[in-house]
Design a protein around this ligand. Structure first.
Ligand code: RFL
Ligand code: PHB
Length: 397
């Protein structure tokens, strides 16, 4: 975007993923100046294929940000998911189990496009191809962010920095050793994620447990399916021909043997690692961490993007509180406030992952426990409500 290079700002935001873009939008609506620095170009950020499910709280945050016009037109509300296991099908109905909560199918790519377009239309600073190399002075009165843009090294001073730069970003690494702690878990399987020009053969998302491994049928629109298969860690996507992908999806998802997906050309496929990670606290001095920069979940619970949106909504409200009252009380509570939600989502994502996937080292006993847990969700309104409440997520704040 063509903007002069700012030398100072109230809040420097590193990363133009969903966290950075939504934060910038919320700050701007509160009259708080910020500059967003993004290492990649606009097309890359807008096309990176990722999440597809928005919790009600995320949709409400986007509405609060004045960024939900297209989402309200094109987003597809979903009132449940289907679980398939042991030759059975069971639907979990969200509104009846949660007092009316639901989720929306609206791709992360579309949310990012909407937020980039709004910032561009407002002429607010958002610099693409501007990688940040260093964050300095987080525990002094002024922070310094060093980045490259247009082939030159540049410096931005600011009162606060927010690292929205994802799991591999620089912000987390700017916290001195000993000042934070990271808790992590790796999973012994990956996902093959596939996008296909084929109408979904289902109205709602289908999560399948099978002897062959986990599968998930999701969607992007009435004509585009998004599908996932559990595969060995680091499997090569080129080993998966279209025919092999469709046959495997049918084998895992067709619980009673009669159900088949609609097939069509596969337009994208990639293998994705699965991990859980939380860095505590989510703040060091004037540096705040938000979204994937602070925590990662395996995608089975559809929580990553929603946690990112929740973090920055809490943070934007805390900055607004500082602006209107002069009190840092809410900024001081930011990390604790967010971590409570983060750990709940971490547990839910871990639960959904471990109950639905086949661990290569698991015993027959472990498999029976998984089926017993799924059977309990199908048979007990309490267990089903627990899943529905976690999946749709609590209100933010
Ligand atoms: P992002 O999206 O990774 O954005 C970080 C941005 O920071 C930039 N960056 C830098 N910029 C400047 N200087 C540097 N040094 C920088 N280093 C990095 C990067 O280029 C990037 O643009 O993090 P953010 O904003 O925190 O958003 C998090 C979400 O993207 C992520 O949690 C979700 O995609 C996770 N996820 C899902 N979440 C859901 O809520 N629902 C879902 O259905 C769901 N499905 C998924 C998912 C993630 C997946 N993958 C690929 C891991 C499905 C998949 C397959
Ligand atoms: C997706 O549509 O990309 C998606 C949906 C639900 C998940 C993970 C990914 O749990």
């Amino acid at each position: 975007m063509t903007v002069p290079h700012p030398h100072h700002t109230r809040v420097a935001v590193i990363g133009a993923g969903p966290a950075g873009l939504l934060l910038a939008r919320l700050l701007q609506r509160s009259g708080i100046g910020c500059v967003v620095l993004e290492s990649r170009d606009r097309a890359y950020v807008e096309q990176r294929q990722r999440a597809g499910i928005l919790e009600q709280g995320t949709v409400e945050a986007l509405r609060e940000a004045g960024a939900a016009e297209r989402l309200d037109r094109e987003g597809i509300p979903h009132d449940g998911i289907e679980l398939r296991f042991d030759g059975r099908r069971h639907r979990v109905d969200f509104p009846s189990l949660t007092g009316g909560r639901r989720v929306w199918v609206y791709a992360q790519t579309e949310m990012v496009k909407d937020l980039v377009a709004l910032r561009a239309a407002d002429g607010e600073p958002l610099l693409f191809e501007a990688p940040v190399h260093a964050v300095e002075g987080a525990d002094t009165d002024t922070c310094v962010v060093r980045y490259t843009h247009g082939g030159r090294e540049r410096t931005l001073t600011c009162d606060y920095v927010v690292g929205c730069d994802g799991y591999h970003g620089v912000a987390r690494r700017a916290v001195p050793e000993g000042a934070s702690r990271t808790f992590e878990r790796a999973y012994p399987y990956s996902w093959l994620g596939v996008t296909a020009d084929a109408p979904p053969a289902y109205d709602e998302l289908v999560y399948a447990h099978s002897d062959r491994g986990f599968a998930l049928a999701s969607m992007r629109s009435p004509s585009v399916s998004r599908l996932y298969l559990q595969v060995p860690v680091g499997d090569d996507p080129s080993a998966w021909s279209d025919q092999r992908i469709w046959d495997e999806l049918d084998a895992r998802l067709g619980a009673d043997g009669s159900w088949r997906l609609h097939r069509g050309p596969i337009t994208a496929k990639a293998v994705l690692p699965m991990r859980s990670s939380v860095t505590e606290p989510m703040r060091h001095g004037r540096l705040f961490l938000a979204g994937d920069a602070a925590h990662i979940v395996p995608p089975t619970g559809a929580k990553g993007l929603n946690l990112a949106a929740a973090d920055v909504t809490v943070l934007a409200r805390a900055f607004a509180h500082l602006e209107t009252t002069g009190s840092t009380e809410r900024l001081d509570a930011y990390s604790d406030t967010c971590l409570r939600r983060v750990w709940r989502a971490e547990h839910f994502s871990y639960f959904m992952t471990t109950v639905l996937h086949t661990d290569p080292g698991q015993s027959g006993f472990d498999g029976r426990l998984q089926l017993s847990q799924l059977d309990r969700i199908a048979g007990s309104p309490f267990a089903a409500a627990d899943l529905a409440e976690n999946y749709t997520g609590p209100p933010i704040g």
